[in-house]
Design a protein around this ligand. Structure first.
Ligand SMILES: N[C@@H](CCC(=O)N[C@@H](CS)C(=O)NCC(=O)O)C(=O)O
Length: 199
């Protein structure tokens, strides 16, 4: 399988963490994305122009990161990262969606900051920042319940916080969020997280 990839993308990171937790990395070939023209998109295999995408042996192309993670879960060894049924499934998928949405808001803010002069929107970026802060507050309320769970929800939270540190480290999300801080310290030390951290 070929994973179209970018070393700094938090969405690609989520896929790599998932693949490592499921012992699948040796079945995945990494293909670099195309950065020749960011305005045409960085991945020709995906009509949206985004990474990640996963090209299967039969030529089928999967995206986005959530679909790829669920596919990997269906073929991996190791405990499933997607609860099969019942309330736990919906809790984990909703947690994934919150963390992924926070990552998406952070990514949009980052893109806005590198747009040509005059093309950004400070008021829209403030809205995105508020959404990120609300998600962090909700994560702080929930963090006790994350415990040592490794599932697609907690992986997405780990990648969201890692991306926050990477792009918005000066905003210091740890301030006033001791439970989340403690949880993240442990989670970020997992081999899958440590080996995929953006440099
Ligand atoms: N919802 C998508 C988001 C993917 C995404 O936004 N990827 C960014 C990199 S972090 C990208 O490829 N951006 C390039 C572009 O939009 O041209 C997913 O979960 O895979």
């Amino acid at each position: 399988m070929k994973l179209c990839y970018n070393a700094l993308s938090p969405f690609v990171r989520k896929v790599r963490v998932t693949a490592m937790e499921l012992n699948l990395m040796d079945k995945i070939e990494i293909v670099d994305s195309d950065h020749s023209d960011m305005f045409k998109g960085i991945n020709p295999a995906n009509p949206l122009g985004k990474v990640p995408s996963l090209t299967l042996e039969n030529g089928d192309v999967l995206f986005d990161s959530f679909v790829i993670c669920e596919y990997l879960d269906s073929i991996g060894s190791g405990p499933s990262l997607f609860p099969a049924a019942g309330p736990e499934r919906w809790q984990v998928l909703t947690l994934h969606e919150m963390a992924n949405g926070m990552t998406d808001a952070a990514y949009q803010r980052r893109m806005d900051s590198i747009m040509p002069a005059g093309e950004g929107s400070p008021s829209w970026c403030n809205r995105l920042k508020l959404s990120m802060e609300n998600c962090l507050d909700e994560m702080e309320r929930q963090a006790e319940s994350y415990g040592d769970k490794v599932n697609i929800g907690t992986i997405a939270v780990g990648c969201a916080l890692g991306y926050h540190d990477f792009r918005f480290g000066d905003e210091q999300w740890r301030n006033g969020r001791p439970t989340l801080t403690k949880w993240y310290e442990r989670f970020a030390a997992r081999t899958s997280m440590a080996q995929t951290a953006p440099a």
